[in-house]
Ligand binder design. Structure first.
Ligand code: CA
Length: 220
């Protein structure tokens, strides 16, 4: 497995290089964000270990740039500062996991193995279908450039449908994933919610709701 380490602290970078190489990884090291971004674009890495505070391009920007370009190599972020917002920003920006410095080398290896098991499938932080976009972290949705106001449940429903884009989705699946056990389903409750969601997101105030933007839903 080939790993890219982007870390500007030379001692830590060298330690990661030697330790990961001893585990059998093929390891490339970049000492700044600019080189890291170039290497990540040029080579098909299996996983990237990415520091946040870097000269050139910082870790957040490097990560979001790769995701925007459709490069889904799993990324483990190294956060140096204390504070949950670093971690929140890392994960919401498209990273897959994080470790706070100083970290245990054994934990780093275990996290990398877990990321390698998941692979580099597409997992965007912002979901989209056509000109409809949803940012689940910010709980905001847009149709083109116009923001669409949706309730929390409508956002959850839209997120579920966008994550299953292109698939037929049964009503019982929607109920199981969007509503909790306390919810008493009626013949029209989830259907009317979906209609509201679809109508709002298409910007229509009347007429039949369209589900084309979020993929087909069947079994109604
Ligand atoms: Ca640094």
């Amino acid at each position: 497995m080939r790993v890219l380490v982007v870390e500007d602290e030379r001692r830590l970078a060298a330690g990661l290089h030697n330790g990961l190489a001893a585990e059998g990884f093929a390891v490339d090291v970049a000492l700044d964000g600019t080189d890291g971004l170039w290497l990540a674009r040029e080579h098909p890495y299996d996983v990237i270990v990415l520091d946040i505070m870097l000269p050139g391009v910082n870790g957040y920007r490097l990560c979001s740039t790769l995701r925007r370009e459709g490069i889904w190599t799993p990324i483990l972020m190294l956060t140096a500062k204390e504070g949950e917002w670093d971690e929140v920003e890392a994960l919401d920006g498209g990273a897959d996991d994080y470790l706070t410095k100083p970290f245990s080398y054994a934990v780093l290896l275990a996290r990398l193995r877990a990321l390698l098991r998941r692979g580099a499938r597409e997992r965007p932080a912002v979901l989209s279908a056509g000109d409809l976009r949803l940012d689940p972290a910010a709980k905001r949705a847009w149709r083109g450039e116009v923001e669409v106001e949706l309730t929390a449940r409508e956002l959850a429903l839209l997120e579920f449908l966008l994550r299953r884009r292109g698939e037929a989705v049964a009503k019982r699946e929607i109920l199981a994933h969007v509503w909790d056990d306390q919810f008493e389903a009626t013949p029209t409750s989830s259907r009317s919610m979906c209609a509201t969601c679809a109508t709002s997101s298409t910007g229509r105030s009347g007429g039949p709701p369209s589900r084309r933007s979020a993929g087909p839903a069947t079994g109604w």
